[in-house]
Write a protein that binds this ligand. Structure first.
Ligand SMILES: [Fe+2]
Length: 377
């Protein structure tokens, strides 16, 4: 069996009151300079942390981050010289907080560390507090930035991006709008599905993936419709955590690779891009791993049928139903993506070789074009 390395934060705090626990820990550690990175609509959630001495709050991460946004934050961080960086927000906030914690000491530039395993280290303490449930960035070694010059999403992947501590407080997710709950939840579902049905799948990761899928099948619709339901919020935070724990050792595949161009060219949110493509890529992949897709279906709550292919197909139908009940778009046309964009999207998706190599079935440029066409609707 393939060797696998599992990394995770030294401390995982999950449950109501986790934000207060984070504040206590930062205080006990006696940091003199703390940079809190957050976003405008949720900056008020950072108020308890802002009471600590030496805190500077940066709340200008207002969409999926570009290199320019990161450089602005880095300039701010180099003024503050933080001993600790705290990311409080969705995946975009956490990704830039992680990168700035690693690069604030000026030893390396962002251009030096793109790709896998190129970060030399991280001197600042790093804590993450997710306010959405989906990206898994709170525990993963990944951070993604949009390069606006070639419209490609670029990744930094390094063990030094795994936070020191993550505080998953369901109360921070209560105010998340239904559309964000839905799209981030579908991102978590995509992480779990793509890491379970994956050429690099591993039994030590499968258990997180299947439990994440089960939690999402049972809780996502409730979290979307009843945002104040703390048990649904807690279940979704746990699903995001489990999905995130799959990303380091296994990572995603064809859905994420084909979804990136939708974010790059059309600025469609990451979770929406994944949700819209998920059923179409799964239909393409199904023949390569029918048994695995049948297990995914059963984890989603679908009854097991005698034939794994039939069970797997029922699972894809369950995903389509989830997409509908969560109010997410089912086709690229609904998102305003024109047919004429497909050749560019194919070209861009084919550059994401680090994920395509994981996909259960090889995706050629012709296959990618067929998948995008079927998703047009
Ligand atoms: Fe994702």
């Amino acid at each position: 069996m393939r060797r696998v390395t599992l990394l995770q934060p030294n401390k995982l705090v999950l449950g109501c009151g986790a934000l207060a626990e984070c504040k206590r820990e930062l205080s006990e550690r006696g940091f003199q300079r703390i940079l809190v990175v957050t976003a405008p609509p949720i900056a008020k959630l950072a108020a308890p942390l802002a009471e600590l001495p030496g805190v500077v709050v940066y709340d200008r991460i207002d969409r999926e981050p570009t290199f320019a946004m990161f450089e602005q934050l880095l300039a701010e961080a180099q003024k503050v010289r933080p001993e600790a960086v705290v990311g409080l927000g969705g995946g975009s906030v956490l990704d830039v907080a992680k990168l700035v914690a690693a690069l604030a000491d000026g030893r390396q530039q962002i251009g030096d560390v793109l790709g896998i395993g190129r970060l030399a280290g991280r001197s600042a303490f790093l804590a993450c507090l997710p306010t959405t449930s989906g990206t898994g960035s709170e525990v993963s070694p990944n951070a993604i930035l949009l390069d606006t010059t070639d419209r490609l999403k670029k990744a930094v992947i390094s063990p030094h991006l795994v936070p020191d501590a993550s505080y998953m407080d369901p109360e921070l997710a209560v105010g998340m709008p239904p559309a964000v709950t839905a799209s981030s939840g579908m991102d978590a579902l995509t992480h779990c599905i793509e890491c379970y049905a994956n050429r690099a799948a591993h039994p030590a990761v499968d258990l997180y993936a299947l439990e994440g899928i089960r939690l999402i099948g049972a809780s996502l619709e409730r979290a979307v419709v009843h945002g104040e339901d703390l048990s649904a919020r807690e279940a979704m935070m746990r699903a995001s955590l489990y999905g995130g724990l799959c990303l380091g050792p296994v990572n995603t595949g064809g859905v994420h690779a084909l979804a990136y161009p939708l974010g790059g060219e059309f600025e469609i949110p990451h979770g929406v891009s994944n949700a819209v493509l998920l059923p179409y890529v799964l239909e393409f992949n199904l023949p390569a791993m029918p048994e695995r897709y049948a297990e995914i279906a059963v984890a989603l709550g679908v009854p097991r049928l005698a034939d794994p292919v039939a069970t797997a197909r029922a699972g894809i139908e369950r995903i389509r139903q989830l997409i509908r009940t969560c109010g997410l778009p089912a086709t690229l046309s609904e998102l305003g993506v024109p047919e004429s964009a497909i050749p560019r999207m194919v070209e861009s998706a084919m550059t994401v070789t680090r994920l395509l190599k994981n996909n259960p079935r090889e995706i050629t440029p012709e296959d990618a074009e067929r998948i995008y066409r079927s998703a047009l609707g």
